[in-house]
Design a binder for this molecule. Sequence first.
Ligand code: 5GP
Ligand code: MN
Ligand code: MN
Length: 482
Amino acid sequence: FLGPLEAVDSCCWRIPKTYRADMRVEGLIFADADMIGQIRQDQGLEQVVNVATLPGIQKASLAMPDIHSGYGFAIGGVAATDPEQGGVISPGGVGYDINCGVRLLRSNLTWDELKPRIRDLVDKLFEHVPTGVGQSGKYLFDKPKLKKLMEQGSKYVVDKGFGVARDLDFTEAGGCLDDADPDRVSDRAYTRGYDQCGTLGSGNHFLEVQVIDRILDPEAAEVMGLAEGMVTVLIHSGSRGLGYQVCDDHLAMFRDAPKRYGFTLPDPQLACAPIQSPEGQAYLGAMRAAANYAWCNRQLLTHQAREVFRMVFGKRWESLGLDLVYDVAHNIAKFERHHVNGVEKLVCVHRKGATRAFPPGHPEVPPPYQAIGQPVIIPGSMGTASWVLAGQAGSMTRSFGTSCHGAGRVMSRTKAVRLAAGRRIDQELDAQGIIVRARGHKGLAEEQPAAYKDVDQVVNVVDHVGISKKVARLRPVGVIKG
Ligand code: 5GP
Ligand code: MN
Ligand code: MN
């Protein structure tokens, strides 16, 4: 990126509106001086500028420190559009994996108790939790059942015994977006969704067993039930083939929207339609349905993980204390109230590789977390740390209630595979005390820790700018991958 980047403060950079005539708002990037040099090398910043041209965009096209280039929108991008001002909805601003997200489970186990059984636990997780591209699972939902599942979200599978009501209370949006419209989901998507609910998927998706190695905010940690030395489980997956199909179907339907509604786009991958148009409404209905499917997926993955812990430790998950700390979406568009130039209004917040980070006192934060803010869960990589943060007031003034979603890639998958030639990533990790089970070596090469930014540096930025604060640091001890 050769355009101008003005320092707003030590962790915020501006691309002024004057950079390109088609920008409707400025670009704002949260990163430190060290990271911004690497970020400049990537297509992500030009994508931030492209997003700044979207009809109805409010305030700024934003990017988090984990920014890297994606389909149309950068991953790590945030954009809010106003439906009353011709604001658009764009599938590329949500991503192909609709409601990809992470959830964290705590436990009563300590590392000392887990240590003798860690290999057995990881082997059994790999055996019992389906992983890999297009892999089918043990739960089957025909069309009428999928329709109900997509209307009701997590509650649908919890009512069938795959979890407890408490799980819903600690899931973003209670595990269900209202106004999902399963009739807008194509038959092809239903077919793909039939046997994939409760499966991890490929590559970047994982189920990880971790140990808390540092507590940064003892008060917030206690409220979340977290303590040093505690074993935790982090699950990362989304809406599988069903969500992918919903995205693909609607991108095709949006192809002619610019001509029909009279706007131009700098990149066809930004395909979008006015929120208030029939096409926009159709995508929103289908996207919500796919988001609800993703919450059911993470709930069924949770159930299977709890069952494996019971097998290995001979105790029910309730007595092992495998409670949900929180579940967050990081690929989603949601209608929320935000202040824009002093006026409070309803906007459509696109979070594409970005996590909601509502502050203390926000009505959508679960009652037990009201005083500390919404948990923000940040995976790092299978060989480095992951983090738990809590949403802070700055998110509402600076980033439409949003924080980062991960470390973010620094290297393409192809480059990562080249870098891993002749190496055994699983053995390297094993030597560091991290047991990894995966379908293949190529996936592990793509996901090697060096393919990602330094997660500690990324969370320092979001902590420093006041959008979320550090609570606990987690280190991996066992990972299953697609
Ligand atoms: P994404 O949703 O963008 O694919 O991934 C989110 C983030 O997960 C990545 O930016 C990366 O930092 C992190 N990540 C990828 N693989 C792993 C893993 O195996 N374990 C953990 N803890 N984090 C990972
Ligand atoms: Mn995903
Ligand atoms: Mn994801």
